[in-house]
Design a protein around this ligand. Structure first.
Ligand code: ADP
Length: 398
């Protein structure tokens, strides 16, 4: 059995949609409805309609503009485009034909006549206007289209300027709150450290545990704040390259993260080659490693493993953070590097985060002319790999 011939009807009025669909489907056609121009164009592109009916008075792209666009599609050159409108002035008919329609039917639709009228167009009927009228109508049509285009461009420019202004205000606000929070937080962290060391008097076990909880939470808050601050800063300032010993940096960071790993019941290990120094921004590299390790520990259930691995290759260094955690679904692997993006499975977990860590990681690694990649299997674990050129400034001059 062959499929029924297809008619595309571009119309925003549900009553008209229903009438035309009912009448034509009774005659054996399959009527596909599009409520507006862009949807109509997309459907016409995807399908091969036998005939297209278009309402002229549509919001957004109007029927004339739609007809002009559809007429330019090579695969529709044999499909008649028929205008349907309540406006029966001669000008409307001529304008619609000049714009690209092959015929013109007036509303209200006559249920008795519609099947015959459609059959006539399907059989080859084409209406036309004299060349002189067509030129005059096309001129009006073009002027109208260009006028609308100019209006849209002006509107886009206005919205764009507004967006830029809002973006600037947002940046200012973020910079302000991060700096405002930074100062009291530094003092709180300092005092907690003094309490923790017993410098301000000895603590009983319960008090020690309470201070440890506060320190962990302060560390998490401080990391999020640092991310925010550096996201602002590194967007405008290039990294400051100096020789960095990756081994010392890796050991220093792992020592910093050890308390969190122990508290989470995760086994954290470092494995490194004897890597010579590389040219890098030490603050930036520290942020990169801290964020990757923080995530690896955060998204690995108790009993799991996290490994920081550093491997040397002739012109580059490879840093890997491997975990045996919850993993990342394949469709999210690219999106996790977007600012503020968090995967659903991690939202459900009690672990907090802001979704800016990996955006910052990618930004910093790329500022070092390196690359960051991720491989992951759900419920088995993830591997984040960073490849850094040993001398990024030499590659720049090449
Ligand atoms: P945050 O950790 O603050 O939410 P990130 O930008 O660092 O933000 O990470 C974005 C998201 O990527 C996380 O919320 C999480 O869904 C996912 N993700 C990152 N690292 C891992 C990992 N090692 N294992 C599982 N999911 C991860």
């Amino acid at each position: 059995m062959t499929d029924p011939p297809l008619i595309l009807y571009i119309e925003d009025n549900p009553d008209n949609q229903w009438v035309v669909q009912t009448i034509l489907e009774e005659c054996g056609y399959n009527v596909v409805i599009a409520e507006d121009g862009p949807k109509g164009i997309a459907l016409a592109n995807a399908l091969q309609p036998l005939l297209i009916l278009v309402d002229l008075n549509l919001p957004g792209l109007d029927g004339y503009e739609i007809a002009t666009y559809l007429r330019s599609m090579e695969h529709l050159k044999d499909s008649p485009i028929v205008a349907l409108t309540a406006d029966v002035s001669p000008e409307t008919r001529e304008r619609s034909l000049a714009a690209g329609c092959d015929g013109y039917l007036s509303k209200p639709i006559d249920p008795q006549q519609l099947p015959e009228q459609i059959a006539a167009f399907v059989a080859g009927k084409r209406e036309s206007v004299s060349p002189a009228v067509e030129i005059a109508m096309l001129r009006t049509h073009n002027q109208k289209v260009v006028g609308r285009l100019e209006q849209q461009v002006r509107e886009l420019m206005r919205v764009n300027a507004e967006l830029q202004e809002m973006d600037y205000l947002k940046e200012q606000f973020l910079a302000l709150i991060s700096h405002e929070l930074r100062t009291p937080l530094t003092s709180l962290l300092g005092y907690l450290d003094l309490f923790g060391r017993g410098t301000l008097g000895s603590l009983n076990e319960l008090q020690k545990e309470a201070v440890a909880v506060m320190q962990r939470n302060m560390d998490a808050l401080s990391r999020q704040l640092n991310n925010l601050l550096y996201l602002q800063e590194y967007r405008t300032h290039p990294p400051m390259f100096t020789p960095v010993s990756l081994i010392s940096l890796a050991r220093h960071i792992c020592a910093k993260m050890q308390a969190k790993a122990i508290h989470s019941g995760v086994h954290l290990r470092v494995q490194t080659d004897e890597v010579a120094t590389i040219q890098a921004d030490p603050m930036a590299l520290e942020l990169v490693l801290m964020n990757l390790l923080d995530n690896a520990i955060k998204f690995t259930p108790p009993g799991g493993q996290v490994l920081l691995l550093i491997r040397e290759e002739p012109a580059r260094v490879v840093i890997q953070v491997e975990d045996t955690g919850i993993g990342i679904p394949a469709e999210a692997l690219e999106k996790i590097f977007l600012p503020f993006y968090r995967v659903d499975n991690s939202l459900a977990s009690p672990q907090r985060g802001s979704g800016i860590g990996l955006a910052l990681v990618r930004h910093l690694v790329e500022a070092h002319r390196g690359q960051v990649m991720v491989q992951s299997i759900l419920n088995q674990g993830s591997i984040f790999s960073i490849v850094l050129p040993r001398h990024p400034e030499i590659r720049e001059r090449e």
